[in-house]
Structures are given as C-alpha cells and as structure tokens.
Ligand binder design. Structure first.
Ligand code: SF4
Ligand code: SF4
Length: 114
C-alpha cells in the first residue's frame, strides 16, 4: 500500500471488488516462482507502473476497496494508506517492466519460497 509525504494525492479508483483467494487454488496452479513486491515507503504514487504495464494488470486503487477483511492488521494498514496496489496474478507475466520503470525503486521482483 503506497504512501507519500507530498501532500497532494492522485484520484484513486474504487470500482473494484477484492476477494480472498482460495489457498488450495494457489497451491495447485502452475505459475512462475516470481512475484512483484512493493516497498510502500518508497512509492511516490506517480502511476508510472500502471502506465507502462503491457498487460494493464497493475492498478492503484482506493484503500476503501478493502472492506470486511478477516485480518485486523490488513484493515489497519488500509486505513493508514493512500492507495492499495492490485496486481492481477492471472495476467502478470513477471516481465518486470514496471520494476524497471519505477522511479523510486519501490517495486521489486521477488522469488516465491518453496
Ligand atoms: S511484471 Fe510486467 S506484467 Fe506484471 S505488473 Fe509488472 S509490467 Fe505488468
Ligand atoms: S511506478 Fe513506483 S513510485 Fe510510481 S506508483 Fe508505481 S510503485 Fe509507486
């Protein structure tokens, strides 16, 4: 979840419904053992990652889309954030173009354990 100290924040969309992913489904599917990570303290909410993604599968959304989450810590984090980053895992190819484009090194390519 992105944060910035710049004062002005871009408009965040909230026309998105977040659903919890079935852990069993996650374990059974075959996907690259890589993932895109975000260090929120470094994000300046510039939206460059959204603009550059060839598959249009990374979005900055309003924290208001996080509702009724089972995790109290997730709800607290959302209430303290200016944006929630969503990556459509079915579409993301882990090409890392967004990582290279990010001007503040907030995005990174990680490896899934196991
Ligand atoms: S790794 Fe590639 S496909 Fe995935 S969100 Fe970034 S730019 Fe889009
Ligand atoms: S490109 Fe980097 S700094 Fe800009 S919104 Fe995306 S993660 Fe944040």
């Amino acid at each position: 979840m992105g944060k910035t100290d710049k004062g002005e924040h871009p408009l965040m969309f909230d026309d998105y419904v977040v659903q919890q992913v079935d852990p069993q489904w996650l374990q059974e599917r075959v996907k690259p053992k890589r993932h895109i990570g975000l260090t929120p303290e470094l994000c300046i909410l510039c939206r460059a990652c959204e603009d550059v993604c060839p598959w249009e599968c990374i979005y900055m959304m309003s924290p208001n889309i996080v509702k009724d989450a089972d995790s109290p810590s997730l709800m607290t984090l959302a209430s303290q954030s200016h944006a929630v980053f969503i990556i459509d895992d079915n579409e993301c190819t882990r090409c890392a173009i967004c990582v290279e484009r990010c001007p503040s090194d907030a995005l990174w390519l990680g490896r899934v354990d196991g």
